[in-house]
Design a protein around this ligand. Structure first.
Ligand code: PLZ
Length: 452
């Protein structure tokens, strides 16, 4: 009998780490061999264990190993894999109808997801939403809306930004390798500004807080011209770029500057949204109200769905037929989103993310005190990271980050790296993970550092 049949996933999976083979085990290695002959080399894996089930805070592989999940499939399974309400709603929907195309014949689930997005995103004004398949597609469409509504071309983005892998979003993404190398030419009219990155700002965090907004607005003025800028697009806490948290005041200042200059302020909350940072959206921490918000990842418990939500006057500036796509807002994905959102509210996952921060942050700070290779500890809620450097300097140490990650993987803790320099370890546990697994995972991390 296959292990798939023996171990059903979801919240009922035993919440424990259990290693029964080396990592990856023989079955995973066999599948990896098959994958090498059938799947393009351009797709890579953080950890080549093939999954048979997942739920709560664990991922179970085809060899029967149960790993602690500190990655949530890159901040997606915030409600846990195969969460009850997601499974129920998806199962009902998939038996009812799987697709009509919202542009051909609409259905209620799409409207309901848009109503929820309009209700939950920052700002108390009249809003509209549109649904898409992926984060990159949401960012593309937010830029389309901003350009159409303003009649302007330029898009301002930041150092360390990640917005996707399509042509426009590659142009908006900062990091060359692996995302952009050899894939040009890229879309034009994208301008990059310095990011308010406290740890790496010349002069340090206090200087960053004092200077960053002026530096950015002066550069926009000098190099682009406010009147040419359709949109400023920013991740309120940067994701792939290294979990960079701008200093207090930077985002509110940027939003005010945009408003004063007729620029659409777009918050890319694709990684930081949906309870991840201990608020519904990372912007909420400073009461920042964007004109448009892009969402994806955590919105639908693992099914592909993304949204653009914002000011009705901007969204409705686009002519009928100007936005869409065959699958965007697919009924099954919408059902999943409604189940995920219901779970977040019923189980108070905003509170759960804060509780995770309260458990993890002090432990990470303690590990940092004992290990001079850790230069910075940062993040909010269940979006936390440590940045590794050559001790006594701020020189990135990607090799150390990769060594620690590998040691964790070998001990059954799934962690991810990120950062422009590849030297950041990030922690994104499902928000439903229990404290015992969190504690055990942190112990494994501590151990990996002590053996570095
Ligand atoms: N905006 C802020 O984090 C996706 C990318 C993983 P898609 N981040 C994970 C990889 O290597 O491809 C992301 C994000 C932010 C946009 C996106 C893009 O979302 O759903 O991957 O297109």
């Amino acid at each position: 009998m296959s292990l798939n049949a023996a171990t059903p996933g979801g919240p009922s999976l035993p919440q424990r780490r259990n290693l029964v083979t080396e990592i990856p085990g023989p079955r995973s290695r066999g599948l990896f061999e098959r994958r090498q002959h059938s799947v393009a080399r351009g797709l890579s894996h953080v950890l080549p264990v093939f999954v048979s089930a997942a739920g709560g805070g664990v991922v179970v592989d085809v060899d029967g190993n149960s790993l602690i999940d500190f990655g949530s499939g890159i901040a997606v399974t915030s409600v846990g894999n195969s969460a009850d309400l997601v499974v129920t709603r998806v199962t009902e929907q998939v038996a009812q109808f799987t697709h009509t195309c919202f542009m051909v014949a609409p259905y209620e689930g799409y409207v309901e997801v848009c109503e929820q997005l309009n209700r939950l995103t920052p700002g108390d004004f009249d809003k509209r939403s549109a649904l898409f398949n992926s984060g990159a597609e949401a960012v593309e469409n937010a830029v389309k809306v901003a350009r159409h509504a303003t009649g302007r071309d330029a898009v301002v983005v930041f150092d360390h930004a990640y917005h996707g892998r399509t042509n426009l979003t590659m142009a908006m993404t900062a990091k060359n390798m692996p995302y952009k190398e050899g894939f040009g030419p890229f879309a034009g009219e994208v301008y990059r500004m310095p990011m308010a990155y406290p740890y790496r700002w010349p002069g340090g965090p206090a200087a960053c807080q004092a200077e960053a907004l002026d530096v950015v607005t002066n550069l926009i003025h000098a190099q682009v011209g406010e009147e040419n800028v359709a949109a400023v697009v920013i991740e309120p806490i940067q994701g792939e770029g290294g979990f960079v948290v701008p200093p207090a005041g930077f985002l509110p200042g940027l939003a005010t500057y945009c408003r004063a200059n007729g620029i659409v302020f777009i918050a890319d909350e694709i990684q930081s949204g949906f309870c991840r940072t201990g608020n519904w959206f990372a912007c909420d921490a400073e009461n920042v109200v964007p004109d448009l918000v892009t969402t994806a990842k955590g919105i639908a418990g693992g099914l592909p769905l993304a949204g653009v939500t914002g000011r009705a006057d901007l969204m409705d500036a686009v002519h009928p037929g100007g936005l869409g796509g065959t699958y965007g807002g697919n009924p099954v994905a919408c059902a999943a989103a409604l189940g995920a959102i219901e779970t977040m509210e019923k189980e108070d996952l905003v509170g759960a993310a804060k509780a995770i921060e309260n458990i993890m942050l002090p432990r990470l700070r303690k590990i940092a005190e004992a290990n001079p290779v850790i230069g910075d500890v940062r993040g909010r809620g269940a979006m936390l990271a440590i940045e590794l450097v050559k001790p006594g300097t701020t020189d990135p140490d990607a090799a150390a980050a990769s060594k620690v990650a590998k040691a964790c993987h070998g001990n059954g803790l799934l962690v991810l790296t990120c950062g422009t320099y590849g030297n950041v370890l990030r922690f994104l546990p499902p928000l439903v993970i229990g404290q015992p697994l969190l504690d055990e995972g942190l112990g494994i991390l501590e151990d990996a550092f002590s053996k570095l």
